[in-house]
Design a binder for this molecule. Structure first.
Ligand code: SF4
Ligand code: SF4
Length: 215
């Protein structure tokens, strides 16, 4: 699983930093590195860009997994440079940003937009794989998520709009339900298509979500 991110426009970052002239930079060695949005190379690029507009980068680090609680220790180990900064610019997903914010009193600003949970299907190209609907039906759909792969989120077969196996909403993509049909056929499980799925319980997607998994 990866949290897919994109870098915010630099103008937005500059505006967000406002009057803060001393900035500490934080990247993430996991998802943001894979996305080329907040790994070492991107952190160093950001450092140069900030210097060009007159900001002083008091220090930087790429935390192995920024959303982990070990982020607290990483901040403590770099306390001197962090303390000198007026703001922390965090080049991680929103989970990492919120983790950093929990462990510092400094203003914390995101440098990335958090987009979705996805996979890298081509080099530097990412696709969404799950919208976290809270009621997984992959067991009935041959491991292909219709909530995510079908733009209409249909759970009981295709709409009438596909053409030559391609989606009517995005003709560059194969219809999710054609993919599901073909895969179920390969697995001799076409009977699963005759089972009508209950209406999707969207209350499971109501925010903020919280759950206890303790038994
Ligand atoms: S059905 Fe799709 S959106 Fe729902 S949990 Fe499964 S993979 Fe995620
Ligand atoms: S063509 Fe297929 S993937 Fe596209 S909206 Fe209709 S059912 Fe969904």
């Amino acid at each position: 699983m990866k949290t897919i991110t994109e870098q915010k426009p630099f103008e937005e970052i500059e505006e967000t930093l406002g009057q803060a002239t001393r900035v500490y930079l934080i990247g993430c060695g996991t998802c943001a590195t894979t996305c080329h949005t907040g790994g070492k190379a991107e952190v160093l690029q950001m450092k140069d860009k900030l210097s060009e507009i007159g900001k002083e980068v008091t220090g930087w680090m790429v935390i192995p997994t920024a959303c982990d609680d070990l982020t607290r220790e990483a901040l403590e180990e770099n306390a001197q440079a962090v303390d000198r900064a007026e703001a922390l610019l965090v080049m991680t997903c929103a989970f990492g940003v919120q983790t950093v914010a929990r462990f510092t009193d400094k203003p914390v600003y995101p440098a990335l937009n958090t987009l979705f949970i996805g996979k890298e299907d081509l080099p530097a190209h990412f696709s969404e794989i799950c919208i976290q609907c809270g009621n997984c039906i992959l067991g009935r759909t041959a491991g292909i998520c219709p909530m995510t792969a079908c733009p209409k989120g249909l759970v009981n077969g295709p709409c009438g709009g596909y053409r030559d196996g391609m989606c009517e909403v995005d003709p560059n993509r194969e219809c999710a339900w054609i993919q599901i049909y073909n895969r179920l056929k390969e697995m001799n499980q076409l009977e699963k298509l005759s089972v009508v799925q209950p209406l999707k319980d969207y209350s499971k997607m109501a925010h903020p979500r919280a759950v206890s998994t303790r038994r």
